[in-house]
Design a protein around this ligand. Structure first.
Ligand code: SF4
Ligand code: FES
Length: 374
């Protein structure tokens, strides 16, 4: 058979809502650690307000019907939820690929074994430093580092793939080589070297976290060299921090395009920091179906696609690549999320952002943290 009829391709409409790929479920804000760069909001949700097991499971099924494939179980510390194994079973039954994002602190060997038995697919373990003294000081929790090493052993023994996530900043960036070595030692398949994103608690702690330009330059060299040397051992994901980049990253893969977050109390956010945009209001899974929120919710439609873009974004040939960068960063700097991300070299205040970051990494630096507290 020789069917030469052309294949009909749907026309690309940047304003349409594509099916989301991933959902981040922030099961709780409770966490034994107090990381000063935590991406949780300053105003943390109380336990009594959290979604119940049944509510989470319903949301997972709604997400799966919308086309979500990957579920990231996050927090706070997800292990702070005693019903974590039942939540995981709900995810597995909904047919979602499950990733547990954990600090390791508070996760017991029994609970971990239970999660594996119920079908956990992947673990992402965060590290704050490469030795107990530094890691425990940054995380604000004594004994945290040793707990992580134990958890990494259980993960290795279980055969569940491991990604190590290392949030880097001025106070641990000089130990990047040791961080990479530690990830290899822990048996990770991937290492995310994540420069701190300055929202929420991290924005408050900028002066203690902002690296120097020399540190960032050296870190890039180390990451590139290690990526080549460790090919087939460890995949290294490394992204240059915003203030030293020429163009912004497509934050969240584009607003309302790839993923969504559900907070412990059921609010649905286009990104983990979206609540910092105080001009937006967010729908809740307790009031409205998830699919409707994703497609037509005010927060999702506000900056989806390109219609909202100001000059020069709306005529820029990168607009379908980066989708205008980060709305939260634009709001933090300009008080209006519908403005150019200052990480972009075409933004009117790009130089100002860069200079402020370099000053915070330099003479305006301070060591003390303002720790996250409930
Ligand atoms: Fe991206 Fe806008 Fe900068 Fe172009 S002008 S690179 S679309 S942020
Ligand atoms: Fe919210 Fe970038 S962190 S859009």
């Amino acid at each position: 058979m020789n069917d030469q009829s052309p294949i009909a391709r749907p026309e690309f409409d940047p304003q349409a809502a594509p099916a989301p790929m991933a959902m981040l479920a922030e099961l709780t804000h409770r966490c034994p650690l107090k990381c000063p760069y935590c991406s949780n909001p300053l105003d943390l949700a109380r336990r009594s307000e959290e979604l119940t097991t049944e509510e989470w499971v319903r949301v997972f099924h709604e997400a799966a019907r919308m086309g979500v494939l990957q579920l990231h179980l996050s927090g706070g510390e997800p292990a702070a939820r005693r019903d974590l194994p039942d939540i995981l079973t709900g995810a597995v039954e909904a047919g979602l690929y499950s990733n547990l994002i954990t600090s390791g602190v508070g996760l017991t060997e029994k609970t971990y074994a239970e999660l594996v038995a119920r079908g956990l697919d992947h673990v992402q373990l965060s590290i704050q430093g490469t030795d107990a003294e530094t890691a425990d000081r940054i995380g604000g929790y004594r004994g945290g580092f040793d707990a992580k090493l134990r958890v990494a052993e259980w993960i290795g023994a279980s055969g569940v793939p491991l990604t190590v996530n290392a949030v880097m900043h001025r106070q641990n960036l000089d130990r990047l080589e040791q961080t990479i070595e530690l990830a290899v030692r822990l048996g990770a398949r991937r290492l995310e070297i994540a420069h701190t994103q300055y929202h929420g608690w991290a924005y408050r702690n900028r002066a203690a976290l902002m690296p120097t330009a020399a540190q960032v330059k050296r870190a890039g060299e180390i990451a590139r060299e290690a990526a080549v040397r460790l090919k087939n051992v460890l995949v290294i994901d490394y992204v240059t921090p915003d203030h030293l980049a020429t163009y912004p990253k497509p934050c969240m893969g584009g607003w309302g395009r790839v993923g969504l977050n559900v907070t412990p109390t059921g609010k649905v956010l286009p990104c983990h920091a979206a609540e910092t945009i105080t001009a937006l209001s967010f729908d809740n899974v307790r009031d409205r179906p998830l699919a409707e929120i994703w497609e037509r919710g005010e927060a999702f439609t506000a900056y989806r696609g390109v219609d909202w873009m100001p000059d020069p974004c709306k005529s820029c040939d990168r607009r379908f690549k980066d989708w205008g960068g980060c709305r939260c960063q634009a709001f933090a700097w300009n008080g209006d999320a519908a403005t150019v991300d200052p990480a972009c070299s075409k933004a009117p205040n790009h130089a100002q952002m860069r200079e402020a970051a370099l000053a915070e990494g330099g003479e305006a630096h301070q060591d003390a943290f303002d720790y996250r507290v409930m």
